[in-house]
Structures are given as C-alpha cells and as structure tokens.
Ligand binder design. Structure first.
Ligand SMILES: Cc1cc2nc3c(=O)[nH]c(=O)nc-3n(C[C@H](O)[C@H](O)[C@H](O)COP(=O)(O)OP(=O)(O)OC[C@H]3O[C@@H](n4cnc5c(N)ncnc54)[C@H](O)[C@@H]3O)c2cc1C
Ligand code: FES
Length: 287
C-alpha cells in the first residue's frame, strides 16, 4: 500500500543561509571552513553532510557535498558547523576564496548518521585522504559516549596532503599516520595498521569501526576485516547531483540479503553503509 504523504514536512534538511566565520588553509590544498548556522546546527548528527552552493553564478551549477567535520557549540547550544575540504576543481576552488562574513547557501543536514552500538568500549577510525573530513565529529561523539580507547588510522598521499593532528581528531585519540612516500609517519597504505591492531588485540569484533576514504581503501579494508568478522561503517563519497534522492546520479552497488546485487543511493540511503554490503567492481564509485 502506498503511504500517504506526511502531514508535516520534517524539520531537516533545510535550505539555509549560513555566515562564514573562518575559512583557513590547514595544508597546501586543504581548508577548514567554519559556518555560523544556528537553524541547522542542532539537527546535525555525526556522519551527515551538507550540500553547498559554491558560487553565486550559474557555474558551477551543482552544489558540492561536504561531510560535517565538526559541530560548533556555544556552551551546550549547537550554533554552526565546520567542513574540511581539498581544493580539487572549480567548486572547491571557489569555496576556498570565500572570506569571513560571506553568506553560504547550503542544504543540510543530509544523509544518515553513524550508529555506534551501546556499550562500545573501543573504536578504530580509518581515514584515507580527504576522507579525514568526518573523523573528528565521529571521534568527538565516541568520547561524548565515554569511549576512551580510540585509534585513528590516517593515510595521505604525502607531506603536502597531511593535515595537522588537531584537525584529524580530538585530544585523547591515538593517531597512526601513513603516507604513500613515507614523508610523514609510516610508508605505505593506511590499511597496514589494521593488521597490526588485529595482531595486538586492539581490533576485534567488539570494536566499533568507521571508515571514510577512496574506493581502493574500502576494498582493502573489506579484505582485512572480513576474515575476522569485524564490522565497519563506511562513509561513501559518490558523485552527486541533487543530494536528496531525486536525480539518481549517485547510485552504488550493494549486496542484498539474498546475495544478489542491488542498488542504493549514496545521498538518500547513505552516505554511510555497512562495509560488508558494498560491492566494488570498478564501477559506480568515485575516487
Ligand atoms: C557525501 C559526500 C561527502 C563528501 N565530503 C567531502 C569532504 O568532507 N571534503 C572534501 O574535500 N570532499 C568531500 N566530498 C567530495 C567533494 O564533494 C568533491 O571533491 C567536490 O564536489 C569537488 O568539486 P569541484 O567542483 O571542486 O571539483 P570537480 O571539478 O567536480 O572535480 C574535481 C576532481 O575531483 C573528482 N571528484 C569530484 N567529486 C568526487 C567524488 N565525490 N568522489 C571522487 N572524486 C570526486 C573529479 O573526478 C575530478 O577529478 C564529499 C562527497 C560526498 C558525496
Ligand atoms: S545525488 Fe541525486 S539521487 Fe543522489
């Protein structure tokens, strides 16, 4: 039976205008933008994203999705949010030129939130490249819930792409860094840390695992975690058009309960999915 439309529109997401408080370079290509947005900030949950208009003109036309990096608070009240972004093209280049006081047109919060099981005592968060964006808000949520043993595994291309520790995670987390060329931390892929953590007994079935990064990283994570039966929440970053389930521009492949391949929308069904459901066959994923 088709359901009747809801009588009231949900409070979120909202099309909103925020005010830029700060837009600061934290690495050669990476910025953190803080936005005053008191009508939206109270609705933001860790893992969600906002869809930002990056120009007043028609180009670029499409909004650019960005994970929420942090919620800004004034005492107990959520008043704004921050995003962490890499300058990779016209939209993010335009974003990087915006200065304090400018209005920011965005829609949010969008997407689903992390689901941290009650009683979690230990967490491992894995970031690849600019997938570091949502790590801090997830780590802060874990700390708020009393989780003290948090390890963040962060992999980046090289020295120029590594963001400072305070922008990766809050105090109290253990940070392991790897770069492709060894210019910071260990040389090689971020996933090398997972085998070490499993070996040390710090990564078990009871550990909450969250990951955000490129498709090859998710595939390597699947290979590392599946044999141990360790579950992981994966924040995917598919190319997006509308950002709320209308254009079908952000489909990704998943494994259904019966083992068949199905399709989901990154924006409306995700962007967070159980890692063991994602199907990586070289199609339909960004990065
Ligand atoms: C849910 C979600 C959350 C995201 N969170 C962040 C974030 O926190 N920080 C951040 O820097 N970026 C994030 N992204 C990616 C970001 O939206 C794109 O980098 C941005 O749209 C690029 O816009 P542009 O106009 O600057 O570059 P474009 O000209 O659109 O693209 C420049 C280059 O980046 C590639 N690219 C663009 N979008 C993606 C994508 N989704 N996946 C892989 N490659 C892409 C293009 O192929 C091209 O090579 C997120 C994407 C999604 C879907
Ligand atoms: S971006 Fe349009 S349906 Fe997901």
């Amino acid at each position: 039976m088709p359901q009747p439309p809801p009588l009231e529109t949900p409070e979120y997401p909202k099309v909103a205008l925020g005010e830029i408080l700060e837009n600061r370079a934290i690495a050669r290509f990476t910025y953190v933008m803080k936005v005053h947005a008191p009508t939206v900030a109270p609705g933001i949950q860790p893992g969600q994203f906002v869809n930002i208009r990056t120009s007043d003109s028609l180009v670029p036309l499409l909004r650019r999705p960005m994970s929420v990096h942090r919620v800004i608070r004034d005492g107990p009240t959520a008043t704004g949010f921050a995003v962490l972004y890499d300058v990779v093209g016209p939209g993010t280049r335009s974003l990087s030129t915006m200065t304090k006081g400018r209005r920011l047109d965005f829609i949010g919060p969008l997407g689903n939130a992390v689901t941290i099981p009650a009683g979690t005592k230990r967490a491992v968060l894995v970031a690849g490249g600019v997938g570091v964006g949502p790590i801090k808000i997830v780590a802060e949520e874990l700390q708020r819930r009393g989780v003290r043993d948090i390890t963040v595994c962060y992999g980046a291309r090289d020295f120029e792409h590594v963001v400072p520790q305070e922008d990766v995670c809050p105090h109290g987390c253990r940070l392991l860094v790897a770069t492709d060329d060894g210019s910071v931390g260990k040389r090689g892929r971020v996933t090398q840390f997972l085998d070490e953590l499993v070996g040390q007994g710090r990564l078990t079935k009871d550990t909450y695992v969250f990951a955000c990064g490129p498709t090859p990283m998710f595939a390597a994570l699947q290979a590392a975690l599946a044999p141990h039966g360790i579950r992981c929440e994966a924040a995917t970053e598919e190319f997006m058009g509308c950002g709320f389930g209308v254009c079908f521009g952000c489909t990704l492949k998943v494994k259904e309960d019966d083992g068949k391949v199905g399709y989901r929308l990154c924006c409306a069904d995700g962007c967070i999915f159980p890692l063991d459901r994602l199907v990586f066959d070289g199609h339909g994923h960004g990065h």
